[in-house]
Ligand binder design. Structure first.
Ligand SMILES: Cc1cc2nc3c(=O)[nH]c(=O)nc-3n(C[C@H](O)[C@H](O)[C@H](O)COP(=O)(O)OP(=O)(O)OC[C@H]3O[C@@H](n4cnc5c(N)ncnc54)[C@H](O)[C@@H]3O)c2cc1C
Length: 409
């Protein structure tokens, strides 16, 4: 197998490396580099502006909407170099990776002109309004409804687990627009403004005091008639593309963050004298091997997309199931290496995170350290973006050709 990229892709890699070394703060990524929370806030603002000026946010989007029109391979190289330097590469997760690509695929010209520039500049904060109390894996069971009232949709219902809803300007929301139609038909994909009367966001506080996600209640909430993406009652198809983006991104870079964490866990095992324990050694070797498998599977996915063989949805299901479960095992191993210490608060609320994602699941009043925070957050990784069981159903039905699971009733 030849894993070398073509010379033009390597040339482009040089351009990105130069840009990163000119623009990242001195000492970035070196041992001992740190920022105060205030410095981090300023850095985040300035960095987003620099990314935008460089054209690197959503750089594969077409030039007419402000992207750079990069080829798939150039985008992959861009992602790889940013991941190698641990440099952030996005304005807003939901805008860049979910609603933006959905708009490009399904939006009208007017919708693209209206929303895409704001997404690229990171000016619009988004949240995803799919899940409801009785509609998660069985998403088509959703009950939130939208009815036309003159030139506006009137939305009533409830969403749950809505990440970032407190800060969002818009929610991309699935609502039932034809209650008479069969379950998967009669759903529309709406872009609903969040800052208005009738939208009530109730944070869901977790055990550590943080409240990353929320319940969102809609009472006679207004949404312009033209904010339907992909046509009225066609929302199921549109939503499936959004979920495809959620599962298919960063195929060759995802493993890097796990490798970085693994190296920290390995150092910890050395520091604590645990590398002589045969069971710990075995689990370390298993974790490392699984990260290698992720790296190779990333190349498989990339090859599949480049060759247009279109098994990406099935490969993505395998990848999501694999990385989320492997990550949980690795974080459990980290806690076992910490031993009884893992049960006390090892962090400092003001401390900067050294690992990507290390601040997640860590509130100021519950100062766990990076590894503990990652352990907690890893518990959610087999749930969001489609549970591990649902990924197995996809693999069973679409790859292995097993009979579809019986429907209740
Ligand atoms: C950290 C986090 C962030 C999230 N952010 C958002 C967000 O921003 N917006 C949003 O809309 N949603 C969000 N979610 C919700 C997420 O999409 C749902 O939790 C997920 O789809 C599962 O739905 P559920 O929680 O209703 O569980 P259920 O669907 O009720 O599942 C319960 C259990 O039953 C299993 N199960 C269900 N159906 C089957 C089946 N057919 N075959 C086998 N097993 C099955 C599941 O695998 C699971 O173990 C988030 C979730 C988490 C954890």
């Amino acid at each position: 197998m030849d894993l070398a990229y073509p010379p033009e892709a390597e040339e482009f890699r040089g351009v990105i490396r130069d840009w990163l070394s000119e623009n990242l703060p001195d000492g970035w990524g070196q041992p001992g580099f740190s920022m105060t929370p205030e410095e981090r806030t300023t850095f985040n603002q300035e960095w987003t502006a620099k990314l935008f000026a460089g054209g690197w946010i959503c750089a594969s989007w077409p030039t007419e909407y402000g992207g750079k029109g990069l080829s798939l391979l150039e985008q992959v190289v861009l992602n790889e170099e940013f991941a190698r330097a641990s440099a952030p590469l996005r304005a807003d997760f939901f805008g860049d990776t979910l609603v933006g690509p959905t708009l490009l695929r399904w939006g009208t010209e007017e919708q693209k002109q209206r929303f895409i520039p704001g997404i690229l500049k990171g000016e619009i904060a988004w949240c995803q309004g799919f899940s409801e109390p009785d509609a998660g894996s069985d998403l088509a069971g959703l009950k939130t409804k939208a009815e036309l009232d003159g030139d506006e949709w009137m939305v009533n219902g409830q969403k749950v687990w809505t990440t970032q809803a407190r800060y969002a300007d818009y929610i991309f929301l699935l609502a039932r627009t034809d209650p008479e139609a069969p379950k998967h038909a009669g759903i529309s994909y709406l872009l609903v403004p969040m800052k208005q009367a009738g939208v009530e966001v109730r944070p869901i506080e977790q055990v550590d005091g943080s409240a990353e996600f929320n319940e969102v209640f809609f009472t006679n909430v207004r949404c312009p008639k033209d904010n339907v993406i992909g046509g009225v009652n066609n929302g199921w198809k549109v939503a499936m593309t959004t979920l495809g983006f959620e599962r298919g991104t960063s195929s060759t870079t995802g493993y890097r963050r796990f490798l970085k964490e693994f190296n920290q866990i390995l150092s910890l095992a050395h520091e604590r004298g645990r590398t002589g324990d045969p069971l710990i050694r075995q689990r370390l070797a298993q974790s490392w091997a699984k990260i290698k498998i992720m790296e190779i599977n990333g190349f498989r996915t990339l090859t599949d997309v480049l060759a247009g063989t279109h098994t990406t949805a099935a490969l993505s299901a395998c990848n999501k199931m694999f990385w989320s479960e492997a990550h949980q095992e690795t974080m459990l191993l980290a806690m076992d290496i910490l031993g009884l210490d893992s049960q006390i608060l090892l962090g400092n609320g003001d401390q900067e995170s050294l690992l990507p994602g290390g601040r997640r699941a860590r509130a100021r009043n519950y100062p766990v350290n990076d590894l503990q925070a990652l352990f907690f957050f890893s518990r959610s990784e087999t749930i969001w973006g489609g549970t591990a069981e649902i990924q197995r159903n996809i693999v069973g039905e679409r790859i292995l050709g097993l009979p579809k699971e019986p429907k209740p009733g």
